[in-house]
Design a protein around this ligand. Sequence first.
Ligand SMILES: N[C@@H](CCSC[C@H]1O[C@@H](n2cnc3c(=O)[nH]cnc32)[C@H](O)[C@@H]1O)C(=O)O
Ligand SMILES: [Zn+2]
Length: 435
Amino acid sequence: MKQLWIRNGLFVTMDDSTPVIKGHMVISNDAITYIGEQEPEPQSLSESVEKLDGKGLAFLPGLINTHGHAAMSLLRGYSDDQNLQVWLEQKMWPMEGRYVAADTRAGTALAIVEMLRTGTTTFLDMYDRMDEVAKVTEQSGIRGVLMRGVIGLCSEEEQKAKLEEAIAFALEWNGRADGRITTMLSPHAPYTCPPAYIEKFVQAAHDHSLALHTHMSESRAEVEQNVRDYGVRPVEHLHRLGFFSRPALVAHAVHLNDEEIAMLAENGVSVAHNPVSNLKLASGIARLPELLRAGVKVGLGTDSAASNNNLDLFQEITMAALLHKGVSGDPTAIPATEALKLGTSLGAASIWKEKEIGMLKAGMKADMAAVNIDQPQYFPLTDIVSHLVYAGSGKDVRHVWVGGKQVVKDGQCTLLDEEKIRKEAQAAFERLLNG
Ligand SMILES: N[C@@H](CCSC[C@H]1O[C@@H](n2cnc3c(=O)[nH]cnc32)[C@H](O)[C@@H]1O)C(=O)O
Ligand SMILES: [Zn+2]
């Protein structure tokens, strides 16, 4: 048995019964088997147990990024300061149309390096050429919830082929990489997939017991168009198409009225909140406090590096904590602990993985980030949760484990060649730019 004993660490558990523990943790193979103030029982340790001095480190559950498009990292900085529609249709889609498999691979690898180094241990990815994404995911050691996103603005024949590809990918990769990879089905959005086509995804999700993901109510223009085209707003529209009859996660959900929030809560629909992307594309500000009050499970997403422009989930956590205070005029709107939960335990619940990840607790997978707190922004040590949310950043992450395996050591990915990945990303972008 492979064991790691972390001694004298500061553990931010996200478990309400023991929020912060100064003490010890034992990881056995892929899971946490002990966490507590006392040293572990000697008989629980194997002779070959590895030891790590936790001094100067704060340990927190690995962060969970519940919405993104990793391969779009190649387009970081390519189109800034545009609204969603112009950015998407005039800038992103033409460039994405030039992607070949090597580009998807290069962009995804770049994104995974950035996510791992900033403490993200689980990411959700909606894209195409998902075999490439899955292979990089497998190699990197990160945990991935992967799906072939499908835009259905094409012939019926093409629609059919894309749906089949999405299903085949989901079935082939679900549970692979020692269970690190799971899959979903994902029509891209109500405005890019006709209703009958969305219904086919719903049917497939039932047939294969898969969950569903889509972009929803991101911009005001989208909601207005949905009303014009289908006579109802996007939430009601998706509800009528049966989308919420399977476990469903919707990204953005910025423009919601009270009835829609109630409908999402009633149907157990999860939301991926992407505050930075929504600000950058001038889409608006989601009603996060109201969603949480209604009992909706919410996680945080970066969306892609082309609309963020980084994949540091600490920034989303900070933004979620600050933004909603400013908008509501209520400093308690999203307290620090709640913001950190969005990136960890609540985020895990939003993708139905709360029994496995999102907390540091015996029995959970050992997905964890260790932050270097021997830095001025963590002094004086009044409240570690406050510091992580309001003072820290992903750049402070020093080590990362996924399923007990160390994937970042002293700030470097252990299973990926970072320099090669940076070079390949640069070359891939230059190729895309020159057509
Ligand atoms: N190329 C595929 C669809 C890929 S799904 C992922 C898509 O989501 C798009 N995307 C990225 N960010 C956002 C966003 O914030 N809102 C809507 N779409 C987005 C992105 O440009 C990409 O085309 C097809 O033809 O079926
Ligand atoms: Zn998106």
